[in-house]
Design a binder for this molecule. Sequence first.
Ligand SMILES: C[C@](O)(CO)[C@H](O)COP(=O)(O)OP(=O)(O)OC[C@H]1O[C@@H](n2ccc(N)nc2=O)[C@H](O)[C@@H]1O
Ligand SMILES: Nc1ncnc2c1ncn2[C@@H]1O[C@H](COP(=O)(O)OP(=O)(O)OP(=O)(O)O)[C@@H](O)[C@H]1O
Length: 299
Amino acid sequence: MSITVRAAAKINLHLGVGRARDDGFHPLDTVYQAIGIHDDLSLADAGDLTLTTLVADHIDPAVVPDGSDNIVLRAARLLAERSGRKPTGAFEVRKDIPVAGGMAGGSADAAAALVACDRLWGLGTPDDDLLAMAAELGSDIPFSLVGGTARGVGRGELVTPVDDRGAWWWVAVPAPVGLSTPVVYRHFDTMRPDAPEVPAPADALLAALASGEPVRLARALHNDLQEPAIDLRPELGELIALGEAEGALRGIVSGSGPTVVFLCDSAEGARETAASLAGAGHEVVLTATGPVAGAHVVA
Ligand SMILES: C[C@](O)(CO)[C@H](O)COP(=O)(O)OP(=O)(O)OC[C@H]1O[C@@H](n2ccc(N)nc2=O)[C@H](O)[C@@H]1O
Ligand SMILES: Nc1ncnc2c1ncn2[C@@H]1O[C@H](COP(=O)(O)OP(=O)(O)OP(=O)(O)O)[C@@H](O)[C@H]1O
């Protein structure tokens, strides 16, 4: 028997970051959206636990760990341990989500692995237990299970769906070389020694989502990690300016970067912006709509 689970990339429409907590994590007030760029993970019955990764043309296979460091195997081992069984199965992951791009690609795979193992192993794990295991594995992973559009607080792991009346069009431009999330957070600490204990609230963004109006959403997009990401990679600032000059309503760094996402007013607008950016020499330009579902079984 085998099962296939699809998991989506995320972007942060609002990312308010507070001063680092005693455990080193930063308190967040964020609004995530799952968008239509996804990884597919298949799991087939097997006596051992194995993993094969296949990557889209725009991903360098060398940047995806294929050994036990891969978060897919860590997720499988955690669920097996908690349910008192041996972790078994042959995983195949097809990656389309940029790696170390600020789009939670590894988190999507971990969420997909939890769902696939739970189903193939016939565990019927309660949702709250899966969400707790997801949070242990990484701050973004509970959202990758839930999908749609949701607010995240705590270190990002406490997720609640929010009212979103839009069908939004995005253009995503990944960078050839990824950025490390902890490095960007540390750079935030250096640049913002005055960061507030309580992160910037998402109220304006939540109101814009409920309105369904792209121009209003464009105005409300906010990312406290954008400044440190641009300071580490100044070309991201130039890319944002270019996309906005080419018709996007607004460009913003996705999470900790370096992927830049552009909100467009329509499918046509997204196609035009994508074509202009590709024409300007950006080799990888992806178009996607959001919100889409969290990790779910497709076959
Ligand atoms: C930048 C975001 O993608 C925005 O959604 C996330 O905050 C990152 O989430 P993630 O990659 O799932 O992060 P984790 O795997 O939990 O943590 C990786 C590292 O990121 C930093 N980290 C992460 C989340 C958080 N709220 N504060 C942090 O400082 C810490 O240095 C941590 O060691
Ligand atoms: N299945 C996986 N896919 C991608 N990267 C993985 C995977 N498993 C482990 N990794 C490691 O995790 C690192 C971060 O990868 P990921 O693509 O999740 O970053 P990200 O999109 O920036 O994450 P986030 O947005 O959650 O901060 C990679 O550099 C890689 O070494």
